[in-house]
Design a protein around this ligand. Structure first.
Ligand code: SAM
Ligand code: SF4
Length: 335
């Protein structure tokens, strides 16, 4: 019998390395209104047919099982672009009712219209992805001329009371690494925590290479030259967080490549079509949709989840010879 089976009492979702999993990432769609150059080709991808997507009720059932049986405490909605899924606030309301810390990752373009709806439905916090503050570069990176909408989305999210509002910046050498200080200044001015993310080998067009990764140390040095920082750093896995010496906030770096946080990883994922993944970089998936749609009992689903987690590997091994790149990009897995 697997952990969590035949019980309504929560037991930890532990893998073979003793890591306890508390965080569930749910992708609600593989579609997107942007075409970020490292994530999707200009023409988009082969979208999943609608009936392949989990319904809100199916997502709610898995999420509720994970909360009740495994003590999951935080859920993040992502995609693709989660806000292109119609009536997302209905799902937000269902998941908020589970009593978890509920978050959303979005490109921000629709938040001007939707942020208040999400807050009213029970959303707590939000990460907004933004890789350039320069309109021409933003358009080149996303293939959309919508920087003004994302900036409006950030302001609306702050005004709606989402807390914290974090800005995710994927730093790619030769592309936007000259904007690190601009982003630090932007975050300080808005009261938002900027999180610089090392570029990972999950891009759609196979353009990733090690020399395009701007390492954590270089990012911190660039900020520290302009804004004195408090040391030592305070680590809030997966981000390492630095506070500004003048007390005006903080910024983080997610160094998945140069300082992998696999040893303390507490995340599992559900893709838009109901595949359970025990790691962002996993090369295999576990089909929960097939179980859901064949009438499986809660215990059978719980056992499948526990088994999938028990098979989690030690780490993703980026930079090692045996690293295997996942066949799908971030938008298809759920970033
Ligand atoms: N569409 C939403 C957004 O952009 O925030 C949610 C999905 S997106 C796939 C989630 C995050 O993954 C974004 O912050 C995006 O920049 C990041 N991302 C996508 N491909 C990446 C890569 N190869 N390396 C690092 N981050 C990546
Ligand atoms: Fe869309 Fe997000 Fe991928 Fe950009 S990173 S193409 S916004 S899913």
């Amino acid at each position: 019998m697997f952990l969590g089976q035949n019980s309504n009492v929560s037991v930890p979702l532990v893998d073979g390395f003793g890591r306890v999993h508390k965080d569930l990432r749910i992708s609600v769609t593989d579609r997107c209104n942007f075409r970020c150059i490292y994530c999707m080709p200009a023409e988009g991808l082969q979208w999943l047919p609608r009936h392949h997507l989990l319904t809100f009720e199916e997502i709610e059932r898995i999420a509720a099982l994970m909360v009740r049986r495994f003590g999951i405490t935080s859920i993040r909605l992502t995609g693709g672009e989660p806000t292109v899924r119609a009536n997302l606030e209905v799902l937000v309301e269902k998941l908020a009712a589970l009593g978890v810390d509920l978050a959303l990752t979005t490109n921000g373009a629709t938040l001007g219209l939707l942020a208040h709806k999400f807050v009213n439905a029970g959303l707590h916090r939000i990460n907004i992805s933004l890789d350039s503050l320069r309109p021409d570069r933003f358009e080149r990176l996303t293939r959309r001329n919508e920087l003004h909408r994302v900036l409006d989305g950030i302001d609306t999210a702050l005004a709606a009371g989402l807390n914290p509002v974090k800005i995710n910046v994927v730093v790619v050498r030769g592309v936007n690494d000259d904007e690190i200080v601009d982003f630090a200044r932007f975050g300080r001015a808005r009261g938002a925590e900027v999180r610089f993310i090392e570029f990972m080998p999950l891009d759609a067009d196979e353009v990733w290479s090690n020399n395009k990764v701007v390492p954590l140390a270089e990012i911190v040095d660039a900020v520290a030259k302009v804004f004195p920082l408090v040391s030592p750093l305070h680590s809030q896995s997966p981000a390492a967080v630095w506070h500004y010496a003048d007390g005006q906030g903080s910024f983080g770096v997610i160094a998945s490549v140069t300082h992998a946080f696999c040893g303390s990883c507490d995340r599992v994922r559900l893709t838009a079509e109901g595949m359970f993944r025990n790691c962002l970089f996993a090369t295999d998936e576990h089909d929960l949709k097939a179980l859901l749609r064949s009438g499986a009992s809660d215990d059978v689903i719980v056992a499948a989840i526990a088994k999938a987690v028990s098979q989690k590997w030690a780490g993703h091994a980026i930079n090692q010879t045996h690293f295997i790149r996942p066949a799908r990009s971030m938008s298809q897995i759920g970033g």
